[in-house]
Design a protein around this ligand. Sequence first.
Ligand code: FAD
Length: 378
Amino acid sequence: MLIIGAGPAGLVLGNMLRAEGIHCVIVERQSRAHVESRARAGFLAANSVRILAGNGLAAGLLAAGQQHDTCAFRSDRGQFELNYGELGRGEIHTVYPQQDLVRDLIAEFLDRGGEILFETDVASVDARQARITLRDGRQLSGRYVAGCDGRHGVSRQAVPGRRFQRDHGVSWLALLAEAPPSMAAVMYAIHPNGFAGHMARTATITRYYLQVPRGTDPEMWTDDRVWDELHLRMRADEYGELKQGRFIERRVVDMTSDVLDPIQHERLFLAGDAASLISPSAAKGANLALMEVELLAHALARAVNHGDERLLARYSQDCLPRIWRAQEFSHWMINLLHGPSGDGHDAFFARSLQRARLESLQNSRTHQDFFAENYVGI
Ligand code: FAD
């Protein structure tokens, strides 16, 4: 079995297949040090924790992960908190940095007898032959190929079908501060200057987001400028100062989403960002990836160990409704968090809709249950 990509999708899949006794090689373009230090996701949904724990992959996150059950919204109308752990299905997040999870998954995969070829770049995939060609011209083949190589990978190019894409037209400056969280809750601040977000990562690292114009050069945002703008948009004068520190990461993320349909072709199966890219507005990407690889691992194990390809045949059909549900919620979050700029008639209309959405979320228990179920659920 060949897996392209040592991100959360490829590594969880590899670990689950090794537990079924299936020979697995993961091919990864970057070095081990690079993937073990690449900071991205942090919020793991209850379903993701169940998948990881159920497959013996959660020792690190159960020991060091922080439980998280509250988010808050700030705007010119004040602030309100939602304790989503007591709403909807009563599910919570576990916060565990993605790079720590990747480090745990690599160690476990190697312990289980898996092989990883780091610094090995895949140039193309032949889905019919289940064969990959490396940049240096070498070829590797297996019985099946799992394309877990993220949004810029090559495996999605080998799946003919439709790609439904949405550019949400907004961008975030994604920041990691060497500073403790400033508050217990995830904070979503809505401000005329644009959205600002606060999310805990560890006791000493906090993720912040600032909405910025498309095409912004992240280096134009010095530490002082970022803190000034975060204080302004988070209304720190009213609600309290943020705990400051040095920024150790600043990058611009354009809010785009896409879904491939189908997410399989011949003997190639896509999972994670390779199958569907989701904007980070609702922190769903890594969680969707785990949902997909659980289904894929089960289907591949049936095929390899029992010669039964029926689950593999319906892999796309089983995943796509859940992918679209997550996309729908993520899209709803984008509309909730980003107001239009300008003072024209259309901007006023859109801003009023945004306010109405926020008020409904603040005051309607039914709306809050819907939010909680979708915010944590997959
Ligand atoms: P990736 O993690 O991208 O891994 C793909 C791997 O394939 C990479 O290691 C790459 O080097 C390798 N690769 C690519 N091309 C090739 C090639 N040609 N040959 C060999 N290897 C190749 N999601 C959440 O659920 N919760 C969050 O809180 C959250 N926060 C986020 C914050 C930010 C700023 C960003 C950018 C994303 C966030 N996400 C979050 C999304 C999440 O990080 C991704 O959805 C997740 O990394 C997807 O995992 P993956 O394994 O599919 O892909």
